[in-house]
Design a protein around this ligand. Structure first.
Ligand code: OKP
Ligand code: ZN
Length: 347
């Protein structure tokens, strides 16, 4: 499997995230991608290349210009507030929820941090914009490689992307890499694209981006949002709206679910994708479904990820894998590369 690797990922290195009233060390650390890279090299799974140069407009196919302008200048604004901020990450504290206005763009940086985010767990750092932009380029490059005839390609990047919406960050995500890959496939002329999100958390950003569209099907297997982040989206009754009615499938599972139940849901998602008659598939590949994951609650074992790869390959579609979550750092490489290797065995 061809890998498109973001060698700028470590420029995004958050220190702390807000958790239960305390600032705790970030779970989403650079070592995650390092372990995946090392495992790919160890197993000799295929070529590893850098991303192609991207025109700025490529990211604007999914994200709003005012959000991108904000992200591009956010670190400079943060440091301008107080030079000591150069040694502190930026976290939001104020959000314009129901009854507030979201059409005004306040002059205050703190206000705009809240306008463009939905949690206090996603620190914005000096290198966030550079890392996220290079990651977006990886996802789009992986899509182009598949368009050029690769059976599959893997975008190995962080920060992850599936919680990021058209104009907001959150859940460690800033740019929605999977959505950018799907859009790149559409822009190249494929008529129907499916996004399969297997991360433990619901991909609220990806769902929102495509919710009203009939050309991109979104299917997700994740922990029930009644009890798990992101809490306010990812329920089974969200089936799409307008032209996109019927093009969204959420399969929430109870915390504690093991592989047999999870695999049955995957089969259901893949059947729906087949019924949609997708021309290509984008997989939001999170491996935080692992039993040893420190922030998650499913019970998948390392060998299960080989079977997941095989099941996905059996769909028979040109496939772009995009790296998302997985926080059991020592096992994240094994589990992720197991999916890719299982895919290759069946493809
Ligand atoms: C990102 B991805 C743990 C609380 C959870 C947000 C989780 C974001 C997951 N401190 N906070 O989907 O893996
Ligand atoms: Zn996750």
């Amino acid at each position: 499997m061809l890998t498109i690797y973001n060698d700028r990922h470590a420029l995004h290195q958050g220190r702390f995230e807000m958790f239960r009233g305390e600032l705790v060390p970030c779970f989403e650390v650079p070592a995650r991608a390092d372990f995946v890279l090392r495992e790919l090299q160890l197993r000799g799974l295929g070529a590893i290349e850098g991303p192609q140069e991207l025109p700025a407009v490529a990211i604007a196919r999914i994200h709003s210009q005012r959000y991108l302008d904000f992200l591009a200048g956010a670190w400079q604004e943060w440091v301008a507030l107080d030079p000591a901020n150069a040694n502190r990450d930026a976290l939001p504290s104020y959000w314009p929820i129901r009854s507030f206005r979201s059409d005004v763009l306040p002059a205050s940086f703190s206000a705009r941090m809240g306008l463009f985010s939905f949690d206090a767990g996603s620190p914005l750092t000096a290198g966030t914009w550079a890392a996220a932009r290079a990651g977006a380029a990886c996802a789009i490059t992986a899509a182009r490689k598949v368009l050029q005839g690769e059976r599959a390609a893997f975008a190995l990047t962080r920060p992850p992307g599936h919680h990021a919406g058209m104009d907001f960050f959150g859940g460690y995500c800033f740019l929605n890499n999977a959505a950018l890959a799907a859009q790149a496939l559409r822009d190249a002329g494929l008529e129907r694209v499916a996004v399969l999100d297997v991360d433990y958390h619901h991909g609220n950003g990806t769902q929102s981006i495509f919710y009203q569209r009939a050309d991109v099907f979104f299917a997700s297997v994740h922990c029930d949002p009644h009890t798990e982040y992101p809490y306010f989206l990812g329920y089974a009754d969200e089936r799409g709206a307008g032209a996109g009615e019927g093009c969204n499938l959420n399969l929430p599972l109870a915390r504690g679910s093991g592989f047999p139940r999870w695999r049955t849901a995957l089969a259901q998602a893949l059947r729906a994708i087949a019924d949609f008659r997708a021309d290509a598939l984008v997989v939001s590949l999170g491996v935080d479904t692992f039993e040893g994951d420190p922030i998650s609650g499913f019970g998948l074992r390392s060998a299960d990820y080989l079977a997941i790869g095989e099941d996905i390959a059996a769909a028979g579609l040109p496939t772009v894998f995009v790296f998302e979550g997985g926080y059991a750092v020592a096992e994240v490489g094994i589990n992720t590369v197991n999916v890719l290797e299982g895919f290759g065995q069946r493809a």
